[in-house]
Design a protein around this ligand. Structure first.
Ligand code: ATP
Ligand code: MG
Length: 459
């Protein structure tokens, strides 16, 4: 076949080859799902920082770690979170599995933990049972900043104790987690009563919202019949305005709920936790009773109460365990913090977030036998607790040293054919550029001395 005359050349502009990948992925439907998020290596330091703050606090308060499955029976969430809640009606990722069972990706952690408490007879343990968990949750939310379809929660629950001090302990813990990562916050707290006092309040609320019905959003018109309290939690501006004038739960609490709430507030006063009484904190889930709270960022003296900005939220749920078949009147209370929202707040406030631990040592090698020995040496150094980066592919020493420089390591070890034969290694101090031949058997004590010396000089 004759060659084509003047074949058309595809000219790839400099940057185009980089955008081409994502574009092709999109065309093939292979890109990240809407509302999902990759947590890239550069964000890991935020992640670790938040996680460590939570672990420190959960450890000092003696919480035990639990992990429940990400998948649970859809029924569990319908029975607990509530069939008329936004989460169940609009946000659950549910499907029928190969066995014909209707299952869902967990939209929150409390139902799974409460199920585990009942299913494993934790009621027989000394009460209360304090539980911590961490992991992804899934909601088909409308994606926007701070609102994803998969996000991570750190969850804290205290089951089996109804004392107001428990609510206060949890509020205080959530406040101090945020404080410890460097965020100034304010707690919004409310009480939504119990099955004894809520019906009367509900009637008043329905009467009030009926009179404003035509100005409510379509969702709230439906909520009016099914769960009018949720209208107070609506994110629409018009509904929020109407909700602002609505009767407030705290004015209709029974004596028990009122006393409980007063005591929670006394504990918060005593602990100097900044809070605001907020009648709109009714929470979006069915199982809450009595105390409910959400925590908002305060930036430059101003509180960011936009409805997307609650960093943590929780409350008491005294009826849930019984509802799941557990012992009647088992009280419980908990909260969850949203890792992504805290990360955004840390970035927004330019909080001081320490970098992740970097490599202390770079191991450079030259030649086949050096490479073989390098693999073993890496493990020995790792066992000694060092963080080591190595390049076991490139042979050019200058390329490896250039790489070590970029990493900012304190020490580079150089292993060549000669060193392997002599049973030695070159130890290069990257700050001064000085190099020393060290007996390979004395390498660890030598490094311990050098790295300690350098650490001390930094301090
Ligand atoms: P919102 O009112 O903002 O929708 P929520 O009441 O649905 O929040 P909770 O169920 O209380 O949220 O979840 C606890 C925490 O999880 C929130 O305070 C927030 O930090 C985080 N969170 C909730 N939904 C999302 C989401 N879609 N994306 C990222 N984080 C979220
Ligand atoms: Mg929500």
């Amino acid at each position: 076949m004759p060659a084509k005359k003047n074949p058309k050349k595809t000219v790839i502009k400099k940057d185009e080859k980089y955008v081409d990948g994502p574009r092709k992925m999109k065309a093939k439907g292979l890109q990240l799902l809407k509302g999902m998020k990759d947590v890239l290596p550069q964000d890991q330091r935020y992640w670790q920082f938040i996680f460590k703050a939570c672990r420190r606090i959960s450890n000092s308060h003696c919480f035990d770690w639990i992990e429940t499955p990400i998948l649970e029976s859809t029924n569990l969430f319908i029975r607990t979170t509530g069939k008329d809640s936004d989460i169940i009606k609009k946000e659950m990722f549910s499907f029928t599995d190969q066995g014909g069972e209707n299952i869902s990706l967990r939209p929150e952690m409390t139902p799974g933990i409460a199920r585990a408490y009942v299913e494993h007879g934790m009621i027989n343990l000394p009460q209360p049972v304090k539980i911590f968990s961490y992991g992804p949750v899934f909601r088909h939310d409308k994606p926007q900043a701070g609102r994803y379809r998969q996000f991570s929660q750190l969850d804290f629950e205290i089951l089996g104790d109804g004392a107001p001090a428990v609510d206060a302990e949890l509020i205080s813990m959530s406040y101090f987690i945020l404080h410890d990562v460097g965020l100034e916050t304010n707690v919004h707290v409310n009480s939504i009563g119990c099955p004894a006092c809520r019906p009367q309040y509900r009637r008043l609320l329905v009467d009030y919202f009926r009179s404003k019905r035509k100005n409510l959003c379509e969702d709230c018109k439906e909520r009016l019949n099914k769960n009018p309290m949720r209208i107070l939690d609506c994110k629409e501006e018009a509904c929020q305005e109407i909700g602002g004038e609505a009767p407030q739960t705290v004015d209709y609490l029974c004596d028990d709920c009122k006393t409980h709430f007063m005591k929670v507030l006394e504990h918060l006063d005593e602990a100097d936790i900044p809070y605001t009484l907020d009648p709109k904190i009714v929470r979006g889930l069915d199982y809450y009773t009595k105390t409910t709270f959400e925590i908002f960022l305060v930036q430059k003296g101003e509180e960011k109460t936009g409805r997307q900005t609650a960093l943590a939220a929780g409350g008491r749920y005294d009826g849930l365990i019984e509802q799941l078949g557990g012992r009647a009147e088992t009280p419980a209370c908990g909260f969850a913090v949203g890792v992504e929202r805290i990360m955004l707040a840390l970035k927004e406030t330019e909080a001081d977030v320490p970098p992740l631990k970097q490599a202390d040592i770079f191991l450079a090698q030259l030649g086949v036998s050096a490479r073989k020995q390098a693999v073993r040496l890496l493990e020995e150094l790792r066992e000694e607790g060092y963080h080591i980066k190595a390049n076991l592919v490139k042979d050019s020493l200058s390329a490896q040293l250039g790489f070590a420089n970029k990493l900012g390591v304190k020490i580079t070890l150089i292993l060549g054919q000669k060193e392997v034969l002599d049973k030695t290694i070159l130890v290069r101090d990257m700050d001064t550029g000085s190099q020393e031949i060290v007996d390979i058997n004395k390498l660890i004590p030598d490094l311990n001395k050098r790295l300690k010396k350098i650490e001390e000089s930094i301090i």
